[in-house]
Write a protein that binds this ligand. Structure first.
Ligand SMILES: Cc1ncc(COP(=O)(O)O)c(C=O)c1O
Length: 377
C-alpha cells in the first residue's frame, strides 16, 4: 500500500532516541533552545490571537514580514525585497519546498556528511539521489574541494551547504564560502544554503551565501533565533525568478504559514535582538563548559564547535555510537548517535548544549561514570 518513495526513507535517528527516552532523562538529543521566546514575541502572538488574526493569509507570507526579512539582507544586498522572500512553516518545510522546486527525477544532490537529517530524505522524496560529500574532523569539518570535484557528475543539480553546521558546529570562513560559490558556478549547480544557525556563532564570523551568486536559495528559520521551534515559522530567500515556483510548491504543502506566528516574528525582528544575544551569550558559556568537561573524560575528544549549539565528540569506547547512545539512554541521558547524520558521523555522539548548566553537569557525570564502567582511559 505504501509508496516506494516513502518506504525508502526512515524516521530521523534524532526522533527515534527522543521517543524511546525515560520520562526524567536529561535531554541533550533534540536541537532546540531551552529558552522561552522573547517576551515581546510571546505578547505579540497572544495579541494576534486575541485580536482575531487567526485566519489564512497569503501563501508567501504577510507582506510586512516579508519586507522585514528582506531588510535583514540589505547590508549584503540592497536590492533584495519581498519578492525574494517566501515565509514557510519552519526551515524544514522551506527545505522540502526547495527540493521539490529544484530537483528533477534522476538528479544528484550533494549533501554534507555528516549533515542535517532532512537533506537526504528530501532529495529522495523529490526523486533525486543524495550524494554525500565528506566533512572530515581532521579538516575542521570543512569541505575538501578535491573530494567535491570527484562527486560531481553530469546529473548533479545542487549542493546543500550548512554553516554553522548541525551536527559539527563548523562555520565556513568567507574564503570557503567564496570557493564553494566558484565550485557551484563552475559546475552549474544550485546552492541550497541552510543558514538557520546564523545567530549562533562563537568563533569567527557568519558569512551568508546570499548575494554571492544568482544560484542561491537561503533556507532560514525563526525556530532557533526566537526559541519558537513549536510555532513552525521560517523563510526562504531566493532569486525573484524562482520565488513564484517556490510559492506554488509551498502553497500545496501548507496553504500558508501560521498568521499569528508571523505577527509574532515581525515583532521579534523589530525588538528581540537583545533577548537573542543574551541567549547566545549563555550558549557560549555552556559551550566552554561542555567542551572542557568532554575533553577530560577518557575516550572522548571534542573539537570546539564554532557555531550552532552542538558538541560532536569522537567516542573511543567499546561499541558503536548507536549502542553507546542506547546504553546512555538507560542511564538517563538522551544523546544522538553521529550515524544519524551520515556515514562519517559514525563513532561520534551529538550532544546539544541548549540545556541548563546543571543538566549539562549531570550529563557529564553520567558520561564520566560510563567511561569508567567501560574501562576507558
Ligand atoms: C540545520 C538545520 N536546518 C533546518 C532545521 C529545521 O528547523 P525548523 O524546521 O524548526 O526551522 C534544523 C532543525 O534542527 C536544523 O538543525
Amino acid at each position: 500500500m505504501v509508496s516506494q518513495r516513502v518506504r525508502d526513507i526512515e524516521i530521523s535517528g534524532i526522533r527515534k532516541m527522543f521517543e524511546a527516552a525515560p520520562p526524567d532523562a536529561i535531554n541533550l538529543g533534540l536541537g532546540e533552545p531551552d529558552f522561552d521566546p522573547p517576551k515581546s514575541v510571546v505578547d505579540a502572538l497572544c495579541e494576534a490571537v486575541r485580536g482575531g488574526k487567526n485566519h489564512y493569509g497569503p501563501s508567501a507570507g504577510l507582506p510586512a514580514l516579508r519586507d522585514a526579512i528582506a531588510a535583514r539582507y540589505h547590508g549584503i544586498d540592497p536590492e533584495v525585497n519581498r519578492d525574494n522572500i517566501i515565509v514557510t512553516a519552519g526551515g524544514s518545510q522551506g527545505l522540502f519546498a526547495t527540493a521539490l522546486a529544484l530537483y528533477e527525477n534522476g538528479d544528484e544532490v550533494l549533501i554534507p556528511d555528516p549533515g542535517f537529517v532532512l537533506y537526504a530524505p528530501h532529495a529522495r522524496l523529490a526523486g533525486a539521489t543524495a550524494v554525500p560529500y565528506p566533512l572530515d574532523e581532521g579538516h575542521g569539518y570543512q569541505p575538501d574541494f578535491d573530494e567535491l570535484e570527484k562527486k560531481v557528475t553530469s546529473r548533479t543539480r545542487a549542493i546543500v551547504v550548512n554553516s554553522p553546521s548541525n551536527p559539527t558546529g563548523a562555520v565556513f570562513s568567507p574564503t570557503t564560502v567564496d570557493r564553494l560559490v566558484t565550485f557551484a558556478e563552475a559546475n552549474g549547480l544550485a546552492i541550497v544554503s541552510d543558514e538557520v544557525y546564523e545567530e549562533m556563532v562563537y568563533d569567527g564570523r557568519f558569512t551568508s551565501f546570499w548575494g554571492k551568486s544568482d544560484r542561491v536559495v537561503v533556507v532560514h528559520s525563526f525556530s532557533k533565533m526566537f526559541a519558537m521551534t513549536g510555532w513552525r515559522l521560517g523563510f526562504l530567500v531566493a532569486p525573484r525568478a524562482l520565488t513564484p515556483d517556490l510559492n506554488k510548491v509551498s502553497y500545496h504543502l501548507i496553504a500558508c504559514p501560521s498568521t499569528p506566528a508571523q505577527v509574532a516574528a515581525l515583532a521579534g525582528l523589530a525588538d528581540a535582538g537583545e533577548a537573542m544575544r543574551a541567549m547566545v551569550k549563555e550558549f557560549r558559556i555552556r559551550r566552554a563548559l561542555i567542551v572542557r568537561e568532554l575533553n577530560r573524560i577518557p575516550g572522548l575528544s571534542c573539537v570546539p564547535p564554532s557555531g550552532a549549539f552542538y558538541a560532536f565528540p569522537k567516542v573511543d569506547w567499546p561499541g558503536t555510537a548507536p549502542e553507546i547512545a542506547g546504553a546512555l539512554l538507560k542511564r538517563g541521558l538522551i544523546s544522538t548517535p553521529g550515524d544519524a547524520f551520515g556515514a562519517l558521523g559514525a563513532g561520534h555522539l551529538r550532544l546539544s548544549f541548549a540545556a541548563s548548566r546543571p543538566n549539562l553537569r549531570r550529563a557529564m557525570a553520567i558520561l564520566r561514570r560510563y567511561a569508567s564502567d567501560v574501562g576507558a582511559g
